[in-house]
Write a protein that binds this ligand. Structure first.
Ligand code: PRP
Length: 216
C-alpha cells in the first residue's frame, strides 16, 4: 500500500562530497541504512524518517531542485553562481571548500592592451568577473581538464576551481587572482519550502547544530 506520509526528496551530489553530506543528514537525524550498503542503486528511502535520497551528478543537483524533482539538495556555490537557479539557498554547509580563481603559466605576463583568452567551464562567472573590471576577453568554453589549455597555447589563462592547488602545481600553473570562495550549500525548491516546511525546518535545525564546528 502506498504510504500516506509526505516524503522529503533529497538530491545528493554523487562522489566524495556527497558521502560526507549524507553523513551530515544522518547526524541531523535523517539516516537511511540502505544508502550505506554498497550498491549501484541511485534512489534510497527511509519511510519512517520520511526521506528519499538520490545520487545525482553534482552539477545537476540545482536542476532537480529548481524543477521540484527534489525538494532540497546540496550544490556547490560555483554551480549556483554560474547557473543562477531559481531556488532558496538555505545554509552554507562549510564543506567542499575551495575557490574560483584565475590561473596561468608561471611565466605569463598580462598585456592589458590585448584581448585575454580565458578557458573555463564557468563562462558566466568568468564574464561577470572580467566585465566588472572592464577587461575584454575571449571565452573558450571547455568541459574539463581546463589546466591543459594554457599549456597547449589554447588560452592565456584559465578560470577554474582550486582546492588543494595540486593540479595547478603539477602542471606548472599558478593562481594569479582569486575570484570567490566556494563551499557546498543546502538549497530548496521554492514551492517545497512552503509545502514541506516542517520537514525542511527539521533538517535545517539538525544541520545548524552540526555545521558550526565543520572546518573542512
Ligand atoms: C577540479 C578542478 C581542478 C581540480 C582542482 O577538477 O577543475 O582541475 O579539481 O583540485 P586541486 O586544486 O585539489 O588539484 P575535477 O576533478 O572536478 O575534474 P575536471 O577536470 O573535469 O574539471
Amino acid at each position: 500500500m502506498k504510504s500516506l506520509k509526505t516524503m522529503l526528496n533529497i538530491a545528493l551530489p554523487k562522489g566524495r562530497l556527497g558521502e560526507k553530506v549524507y553523513t551530515m543528514f544522518k547526524d541531523a537525524g535523517f539516516p537511511c541504512p540502505s544508502i550505506e550498503e554498497n550498491s549501484r542503486k541511485l534512489i534510497f528511502e527511509n519511510e519512517e524518517k520520511q526521506v528519499r535520497y538520490f545520487w545525482v551528478k553534482p552539477s545537476d543537483v540545482a536542476i532537480y531542485v529548481e524543477r521540484g524533482a527534489a525538494d532540497i539538495g546540496v550544490a556547490g556555490k560555483d554551480i549556483l553562481l554560474e547557473y543562477q537557479p531559481d531556488v532558496y539557498e538555505l545554509l552554507d554547509l562549510n564543506v567542499g571548500k575551495c575557490k574560483m580563481a584565475v590561473a596561468a603559466k608561471k611565466e605569463f605576463r598580462d598585456d592589458a592592451g590585448k584581448t585575454l583568452r580565458v578557458a573555463t567551464k564557468f563562462a558566466n562567472i568568468t564574464k561577470n568577473y572580467y566585465s566588472s573590471m572592464g577587461r575584454e576577453i575571449d571565452i573558450i568554453h571547455l568541459n574539463g581538464s581546463i589546466e591543459i589549455a594554457p599549456i597547449l597555447g589554447l588560452s592565456d589563462v584559465i578560470v577554474d576551481i582550486v582546492e588543494t592547488g595540486t593540479t595547478l602545481k603539477e602542471n606548472n600553473l599558478e593562481v594569479i587572482e582569486s575570484i570567490v570562495p566556494i563551499s557546498a550549500r543546502l538549497i530548496a525548491n521554492k514551492a517545497s519550502f512552503k509545502f514541506k516546511n516542517d520537514l525542511i525546518e527539521q533538517v535545517l535545525c539538525g544541520f545548524k547544530v552540526n555545521t558550526e564546528d565543520n572546518n573542512d
